[in-house]
Design a protein around this ligand. Structure first.
Ligand SMILES: NC(=O)c1ccc[n+]([C@@H]2O[C@H](COP(=O)([O-])OP(=O)(O)OC[C@H]3O[C@@H](n4cnc5c(N)ncnc54)[C@H](OP(=O)(O)O)[C@@H]3O)[C@@H](O)[C@H]2O)c1
Length: 251
């Protein structure tokens, strides 16, 4: 075994594919998530399920993240973290309950920062890595998904700064995908058809992240459709993009 990798949100979508990709490379896995049945499905999809462990728990409460860190501290050979768990809340900011919107920030931003801060000494010792699964939503303010975009913008900026600080010590990938057909839209309540033009398979997304990791890390926008969306985001001034997105995403 090459060491142990923690994957959060391993119960489906990108998380399951990350599990398969890291197992293929010979790592042991800690698969974290809240949904035991779906986490078990990820474990069952692996070739050596006996080499891996499921860790059940949430990430929105500080005590849950602390409990997770405590469990991981028992593993001396931790080499990598994939901060993958995340969700959004679709709807007008003032109409949506505040607790889930704050949970978006806790799960998508605060938990990755807490995990990385606690585990960096280990990762440095092993010349390990962190993959932060952010989003192209972090490149543009998103009306009607405002806290999600804010959380991902924070995650991208923090991850990129960390990447510079950790150069030569810990490899950091900031993964910024656009739309991809996973459970994400159902959980976030986002409408199905939106952004379909740019939809890219989860396989392409995870393969791009794995390639970036093997090449020393970086800011990774996967696939040509997501790259095209990124270019659009960069080219279009906010004065134009904000009203367009508001009209497009309005429930
Ligand atoms: N699919 C897209 O279009 C897209 C685009 C850009 C970025 N992303 C990002 O990609 C990452 C993976 O998402 P996915 O697309 O693979 O969607 P997914 O299939 O819904 O997977 C998300 C994972 O996050 C975990 N999660 C959700 N809410 C949580 C909460 N409140 N507390 C703890 N864990 C929670 C879930 O695990 P449990 O329910 O078992 O806890 C689930 O396994 C997310 O960070 C998402 O923001 C997705």
């Amino acid at each position: 075994m090459k060491g142990t990798v923690l994957i959060t949100g391993a119960s489906g979508g990108f998380g399951m594919l990350f599990a398969q990709a890291f197992e293929e490379q010979g790592y042991a896995l800690l698969l974290h998530g809240r949904d035991k049945a779906r986490l078990q499905m990820t474990l069952d999809s692996l070739k050596r399920p006996q080499s891996h462990r499921m860790l059940l728990g949430g990430l929105s409460a500080r005590k849950d993240v602390d409990a997770l860190i405590e469990k991981i501290m028992l593993k001396d050979d931790l080499v990598g973290i994939v901060n993958n768990a995340g969700f959004g809340v679709w709807g007008a900011f003032e109409m949506c309950e505040s607790v889930p919107q704050l949970d978006v920030l806790r799960v998508d931003l605060i938990a990755p920062v807490m995990l990385a801060h606690a585990l960096l000494p280990r990762l440095k010792r092993q010349h390990g890595f962190i993959v932060n699964v952010s989003s192209l939503a972090g490149e543009t303010p998103l009306p009607y998904m405002s806290t999600y975009a804010a959380g991902k913008a924070g995650l991208t900026f923090w991850s990129e700064a960390l990447r510079a600080e950790m150069q030569g010590l810990v490899t950091v990938v900031t993964l910024a995908p656009g739309p991809s057909p996973t459970g994400f839209r159902d959980i976030s309540g986002a409408p199905k058809g939106k952004g379909g033009l740019f939809s890219t398979s989860p396989k392409v997304v995870v393969e791009a992240a794995m390639q970036s990791l093997s090449q020393g890390g970086g800011y990774c926008v996967p696939g040509w459709r997501h790259k095209a969306l990124w270019c659009l985001q960069k080219l279009m001034p906010r004065v134009l993009s904000l009203p367009i997105m508001a009209r497009y995403l309005k429930p």
